[in-house]
Design a protein around this ligand. Structure first.
Ligand code: PMP
Ligand code: GLN
Length: 384
């Protein structure tokens, strides 16, 4: 019997492929997005403390009240509104779960969901598994901002949701207040929900401010804000995140969450609840990464690549169409094998694998790793 796959087009993610290749080749891994340095020892100590003290059984389904409270306070401080911790805040096992559960909560058979490309890879399978139809729209090619006229033209009676991601992976584009206004205008009086992937909320540069969609009164009523503590506190392997949404949406979200994972790792929830009491621990992250972005982007520009300015996230894109026509996937592999520096080809973020000759580097690494990578990239002509 032939097994019928529900996701016949899905293979192994590029992040796994490139990290594996980097490891086989002994290359510096600037491909998959994860920090190459440790978390604050204070946070690690707190996790150990709570584990030793016996906080090791199931947490409440929606998250421990202490963490939901701390998250609500952080939201008030950074975004100017206080979500209700009982009805509007849910702790989940990573933003990936938040996105999956939010999509599952709203998308029905045949519903259309707008996806702006390049797009993070977990959106499409979540939509497809729920019977939805992704409607792909390109972001503007120069700065990866949103073409609102295009979005307006794509809205039909079947449009049920739109996937939003700011700061954006892979481009780093950060939404402006005017983008929130444009979206609010477009979906006003329509039953269209927003899944807002804000995992890089605390990594913005050059004074750019992250505007959560939850901070916009009108959008808040229709939006699932999905976040990740992994990105903010350099602990991507902990897989702990959250969803903030109004009560009617949170009720549906929790129905899914309680059968996907039920609850999330207990001692880490207690540790994060304590750790969040000091705002500087998340407010200082932007400056920390801006220095690394500057260091890396400056060096990268000297290799001959064209830098595409990054306003946020821990990614830096660069284009090479002026130097070579090699495919981006081929280049990423050759660069890993010959120069021992791994990156991500941007074509994988497009449904049709459109190749604009752009690659992405993760600069969440120790300075010496970034400097060594830049040194190796001086030999770019060997692969271009
Ligand atoms: N969205 C984006 C844009 C990401 O880059 C990531 C990072 N992997 C995620 C979601 C998933 O976050 P998490 O690891 O918390 O599931
Ligand atoms: N978000 C990470 C990236 O963009 C990858 C996470 C994963 O491997 N799924 O590199």
């Amino acid at each position: 019997m032939t097994f019928y796959s529900k996701l016949p087009h899905i293979g192994t993610t590029i992040f796994t492929i490139m990290s594996q290749l980097a490891s086989e080749e002994g290359a510096l891994n600037l491909s998959q997005g994860f920090p190459g340095f440790g978390a604050d020892p204070v946070l690690l100590e707190l996790v150990g403390k709570y584990a030793r003290e016996g906080y090791n059984q199931y947490a409440p389904m929606s998250g421990i009240p202490e963490l939901r409270q701390a998250l609500a306070e952080k939201t008030r401080l950074t975004q100017g509104y206080l979500p209700d911790l009982a009805d509007e805040v849910t702790i989940v096992s990573g933003a990936t779960e938040a996105i999956f559960s939010a999509v599952s909560a709203v998308v029905r058979q045949g519903d259309e969901v707008i996806v702006l490309e390049p797009a993070y890879d977990s959106y499409e399978p979540a939509i497809t598994l729920n019977g939805g139809v992704p409607i792909y729209l390109p972001l503007n090619s120069i700065d990866f901002s949103v073409d609102w006229e295009r979005v307006q033209a794509a809205i039909t009676s079947k449009t049920r949701a739109i996937m939003v991601n700011s700061p954006h992976n892979p481009s780093g584009f950060v939404w402006k207040e005017s983008d929130l206004e444009a979206l609010a205008n477009l979906i006003r009086d329509r039953e269209i929900y927003v899944i807002s992937d804000e995992v890089y909320e605390h990594i913005t540069f050059d004074g750019e401010k992250h505007f959560s969609l939850g901070a916009h009164l009108e959008l808040r009523a229709k939006t699932f804000v999905c976040g990740s503590f992994g990105k903010t506190f350099h602990v991507t392997g902990w897989k702990i995140g959250y969803c903030i949404a109004p009560k009617n949406l949170t009720d549906e979200f929790r129905k899914i969450h309680q059968y996907v994972t039920f609850s999330t790792v207990t001692p880490i929830q207690f540790a994060l609840a304590d750790y969040l009491q000091v705002p500087d621990r998340y407010l200082s992250i932007s400056a920390f990464y801006q220095r690394k972005r500057d260091l890396f982007a400056r060096g990268l520009a000297e290799t001959g690549l064209n830098i595409i300015p990054s306003q946020g996230s821990f990614f830096q894109m660069a284009s090479y169409s002026h130097l070579s026509q090699i495919s981006d996937q081929e280049l990423a592999k050759e660069m890993t094998k010959k120069l021992k520096v791994a990156c991500i080809p941007i074509s994988v973020f497009y449904s049709d694998k459109k190749d604009d000759k752009i690659i992405r580097f993760c600069f969440a690494k120790e300075d010496q790793v970034l400097l060594e990578a830049l040194e190796r990239l001086k030999n770019l002509s060997l692969v271009l």
